[in-house]
Design a binder for this molecule. Structure first.
Ligand SMILES: C[S@@+](CC[C@H](N)C(=O)[O-])C[C@H]1O[C@@H](n2cnc3c(N)ncnc32)[C@H](O)[C@@H]1O
Length: 269
């Protein structure tokens, strides 16, 4: 049978994917590494199908290895007999505890079948929450900023683990970045905050990220031109005014609206 690594998304239970929900509903046992992931999973799984794993809060590598060996020892026989899920917030392959379980199984229980169900990661959810567009052609780096760290270099960065926002902010702004913060985005538990003011989120909360961008790095796009006056939907060549619906009609008849097909050489998303 199979061990499923299921990404639950950022925390709102309706952002669990349909596939994730189906796996949770059918798995014989569902393990979670923390309270928050457990509270999302229990929207779809009754308590009597939730399994217990003990993870010590430690940075001691030896203790962590021991804890993961014990976790694999618990999970592996259950995954031989039936279907088992291990849930994580976000995506199981992005900065996730699932990687520890997978590596431990690779070594000690290589026969266990696995399948990963991707989840909505904070890496993508932040963009909508913060109103940021990572447009085609942009580059975006992922960094950690725990304990007031302020890594610099890339034009655009997502910073995870922002636990001391004022200190991180000082470092980033000194290096010339514009910074926005997101706390508990799309999470049922706790208050969601989106702000540019680090003092508003000075209190430590692990579920905090930052988006830092160097001013002036925006790419130009063909459709930027629509902001120019000559493309204004209310402008006509003779200076008169026409309604938006009429514009669409005119553009269509002139072949300006390209339709839904990707251009040659492009793939559809
Ligand atoms: C260990 S990473 C886990 C990432 C997760 N696997 C994912 O794909 O989103 C944890 C960090 O991700 C960020 N994070 C995860 N979920 C978040 C959310 N809902 N709101 C804000 N930040 C979040 C925080 O910076 C947090 O410290």
């Amino acid at each position: 049978m199979t061990l499923y690594g299921v990404g639950l998304g950022p925390g709102d239970s309706d952002l669990v994917t349909v596939r994730g929900k189906e796996v949770l509903e059918s798995a014989d046992v569902v393990y979670s590494p923390g309270r928050l992931s457990r509270s999302v999973a229990t929207e779809y799984v009754p308590d009597d199908r939730i399994g217990d794993l003990d993870f010590p809060m430690t940075r001691d590598d030896e203790k962590l290895r021991q804890a993961w060996k014990e976790a694999a020892q618990e999970v592996a026989p259950r995954a031989r007999d039936g279907d088992v899920a291990f849930v994580t917030l976000g995506d199981p392959n992005v900065y996730s505890t699932f990687g520890h379980l997978r590596r431990t199984l690779d070594t000690f229980y290589p026969d266990i079948e696995r399948e990963i169900v991707p989840g909505v990661s904070a890496v993508t959810a932040f963009a909508t929450a913060l109103g940021v567009e990572i447009a085609a052609g942009s580059s975006l780096a992922l960094r950690e900023a725990a304990g007031g760290a302020a890594p610099t270099g890339p034009d655009r960065m997502i910073l995870f683990k922002v636990t001391d926002a004022p200190a991180t902010h000082e470092g980033l702004t000194e290096a010339g970045y514009e910074v926005q913060y997101g706390r508990r985005l799309y999470m049922e538990h706790g208050e969601t905050i989106v702000t540019e003011d680090p003092e508003e989120i000075a209190e430590r909360d692990y579920y905090t990220l930052a988006y830092a961008e160097k001013p002036g790095v925006r790419e130009t796009h063909a459709t930027d031109e629509f902001a120019a006056e000559e493309f204004s939907p209310t402008a006509t060549t003779d200076g008169g005014q026409i309604a938006a619906g009429e514009v669409a009609e005119i553009e269509r008849s002139e072949g300006i609206l390209a339709g839904d097909e990707p251009l040659a050489g492009e793939t559809d998303e």
